[in-house]
Design a protein around this ligand. Structure first.
Ligand code: GLV
Length: 308
């Protein structure tokens, strides 16, 4: 029984070590040292190119090595093979840290003080309590809900918007396109944690920015194509939005001539908000694989028709 890892090479050894210790019955292989591909039943990979998937005739489960599966060509993976997304505490904690940092930096005016320091200006701004700000999270999946739970601990007012309504204590819930506008009207900071699907591509656009209160800020930690870049630049330059913190862009890396680089009110990080951590991901993936071997239902299988 073989499992093939074909993802980030830097973290392959950590995966291989975990499986060697905890699942010696499984033959864990690391690409390109894949051996006989006829024997591979489980695949851990970031992408699934059609020409590669056809070389695995006995494949039973495709485990995505990341949380998002928008880059996976579903049509390349035969319909009877479940595609499992990565939901693990390491990814969740990383996202919670990054969004908390971003929200707190906005709330406590850190970006203004970076500029003030550069100009040698001592200019204390007002310090409103967290309860004076409303943070809205688009996408109430595993990541969105964990982020909301942590933000609640600081005392922010919270809103969540999801495809279908999700109840969460202390979070005002909104659902679907009909309630998007009402959701946005109250958000001082908008956090995008949506999966990228045809329905959410370009959702961070002029219409959404004009529905937000004037001076609101945007944090995009989902995918670059959620954002219409020109609409963001227009919203920042007109003062409708105060700032944007972007961890994702389209394309990645962001070309050096892109206006986001030089924009004083855009803060950029190179898609590092959160990463799969082999130490916490491997046990979860192995437990899921064991469920499959025992004929039990797998967790975190994506719904191909929904796209996530
Ligand atoms: C990273 O963006 C992931 O989807 O895991």
């Amino acid at each position: 029984m073989s499992i093939l890892y074909r993802s980030d090479a830097a973290r392959a050894a950590a995966w291989a070590n975990y499986f060697a210790e905890h699942a010696p019955d499984l033959d864990f292989r690391v690409w390109p040292d894949a051996g006989d591909l006829d024997e591979v039943e489980y695949l851990i990979a970031w992408q699934a190119p059609a020409e590669f998937i056809v070389t695995l005739p006995r494949l039973k489960v495709f485990f995505s090595s990341g949380a998002g599966v928008d880059h996976v060509d579903f049509s390349a993976v035969p319909a009877h093979i479940p595609i499992v997304r990565m939901v693990e505490p390491g990814i969740i904690n990383g996202m919670v840290e990054y969004v908390s940092l971003a929200v707190l930096a906005l709330h406590r005016d850190f970006f203004d003080y970076v500029a003030a320091k550069a100009a040698r200006v001592w200019d204390p701004l007002e310090v409103p309590p967290a309860s004076a700000r409303t943070i809205g999270v688009m996408g109430m999946g595993a990541l969105g809900c964990a982020v909301l739970a942590r933000l609640a601990s600081y005392g922010f007012r919270l809103r969540g918007w999801n495809r279908s309504l999700r109840e969460m204590d202390g979070v005002e819930g909104f659902a679907g396109p009909d309630q998007l506008h009402t959701f946005l009207e109250g958000c001082d900071v908008l956090v995008c944690l949506l999966p990228l699907t045809p329905a959410t591509k370009g959702i961070l656009n002029r219409e959404v920015f004009s529905a937000l209160p004037a001076g609101a800020a945007l944090i995009n930690v989902a995918r670059g194509p959620h954002l219409v870049d020109a609409d963001l630049l227009e919203a920042l330059d007109s003062g409708r939005l105060s700032r944007a913190i972007l961890d994702v862009t389209e394309p990645e890396p962001l070309p050096v001539e892109h206006p986001f680089w030089a924009h004083p009110r855009v803060f950029l990080t190179p898609h590092v908000a959160s990463m799969t951590q082999p130490e916490s991901a491997a046990p979860i993936l192995l437990a899921n694989l064991r469920r499959h071997q025992q004929g039990e239902p797998l967790s975190d299988v994506i719904d191909r028709s929904r796209g996530y």
